[in-house]
Design a protein around this ligand. Structure first.
Ligand SMILES: *Cc1c(COP(=O)(O)O)cnc(C)c1O
Length: 386
């Protein structure tokens, strides 16, 4: 393994003892597994929210090297960031747009999502004014009630799109609300509604633009929704969207979260630990302090629930999780300053997944990954030849 250090926070070249390690080989394997599953449909890696915490630029570069032809992000600023970092691949901004943002989309060559006739008009006018051709994907709401024109009103938007002179209608898409459920009734209804909208092109004997609908869950559970392109986020990073989801593509987590012991002490009975004194032992224990906390995105709601791995063994986090530190009860085992601690990842037989953290925090793996913040440096590892 060859480490490539892109850490954001270092002290005289030494990386912070709490860090995220991203395995780019795993990302490659996951990308290829998804590609094999959905072919001939293409794969649009979703890079929003700092690539689900994995680091947007490094993930984008890896995906470019694997031949990814399109990226998806949520907001304009993410697209601009990719451009400023030298990524030239087409980027679709999936979220809603405001009129005053349109010139920036065009300046940076980003693809817009148009979800109403009014938004499409704004794009048409801005493109005309700037003398460029805008690229647009039409967004159809088939049952999410978020952005997008309702499937039952879509005809007016599609009609309007045929009349645009300065906008290339490159794609048309929708998004599932329940593709990660065990019961796929609603997802199938959404898929049928999308097909109904697409018949607009058939009826006119027009070729449909690039059609896409599948998120990670639909890639796994609704292969018939792959169309021309799929939009995997969490699956690319090696995590399944929900426990109910059929794991029909084998992927492995690319992200590990590690730290090191910074302090050791013996705690006597009757001496409670941490803010609020929420935990105390009835016998003498050894306690280590780890320099990570909710200020890094290690959820405070996991207090007195989370576990970490030290020397291949799991130990409980005791007392309240503080902004910058946690305490771990190692009973009468040994651990020394600088010994490695696994927060997410594996050591020997033991594994802690982001699903485990999600269960302790009362949330979903998506939120665990996207909350690991910029105070935690990212370290990238990759073998030269897989
Ligand atoms: C976030 C997002 C995705 C990816 O979702 P996953 O569940 O992570 O695969 C796909 N499409 C749209 C529109 C999104 O907002």
């Amino acid at each position: 393994m060859q480490p490539i250090n892109h850490a954001t926070i270092t002290t005289s070249g030494v990386v912070r003892p709490t860090l995220v390690e991203v395995n780019l080989d795993r990302l490659e394997e996951n990308y290829r597994a998804i590609q094999a599953k959905v072919a001939p449909a293409k794969v649009m890696p979703i890079l929003k929210a700092n690539a689900y915490g994995h680091g947007m630029v490094e993930v984008a570069k890896k995906m470019v090297s694997l031949g990814a032809e399109y990226f998806g992000v949520a907001v304009l600023e993410e697209g601009i960031f990719l451009r400023e970092q030298g990524i030239q691949t087409p980027v679709l901004v999936l979220g809603g747009i405001l009129g005053n943002q349109v010139p920036l989309f065009l300046k940076y060559g980003l693809t817009l999502t148009a979800s109403s006739v009014e938004k499409l008009d704004q794009v048409e006018q801005a493109a005309q004014a700037l003398g460029v051709e805008a690229k647009v994907h039409l967004k159809i709401d088939t049952g999410m009630e978020r952005i997008g024109v309702h499937y039952y009103n879509a005809e007016s938007l599609l009609d309007a799109s045929l009349k645009c002179k300065h906008v290339q209608i490159e794609g048309i898409f929708s998004h599932f609300a329940n593709a990660d459920a065990a019961d796929l009734t609603h997802a199938r209804l959404q898929l049928e509604r999308f097909h109904e909208v697409l018949r607009f092109y058939e009826r006119r004997s027009l070729p449909a633009p690039t059609r896409h609908m599948a998120n990670s869950a639909a890639i796994l559970q609704l292969p018939e929704s792959s169309f021309d392109l799929v939009r995997p986020g969490i699956l690319l990073y090696g995590v399944y969207p929900s426990p109910e989801c059929q794991p029909s593509v084998q992927v492995q987590p690319a992200l590990s979260w590690k730290s090191h012991v910074v302090y050791f002490k013996v705690v006597l009975p009757g001496h409670p630990v941490g803010y609020g004194s929420t935990w105390e032992s009835d016998h003498m224990v050894r306690m280590v302090t780890i320099p990570v906390g909710y200020g890094d995105g290690y959820f405070r709601s996991m207090s007195n629930k989370a576990q970490v791995i030290i020397h291949g063994k799991k130990y409980p986090v005791v007392g309240r999780i503080a902004m910058d530190q946690i305490m771990v009860n190692i009973e009468w085992d040994s651990a020394y300053n600088d010994d490695p601690v696994i927060l997410i990842g594996s050591d020997g037989e033991q594994v802690i997944t982001c699903e485990d953290l999600a269960a302790w925090a009362g949330t979903i793996p998506y939120e665990i990954l996207t909350n690991i913040n910029t105070r935690v440096p990212r370290l990238y590892i990759e073998t030269s030849h897989l």
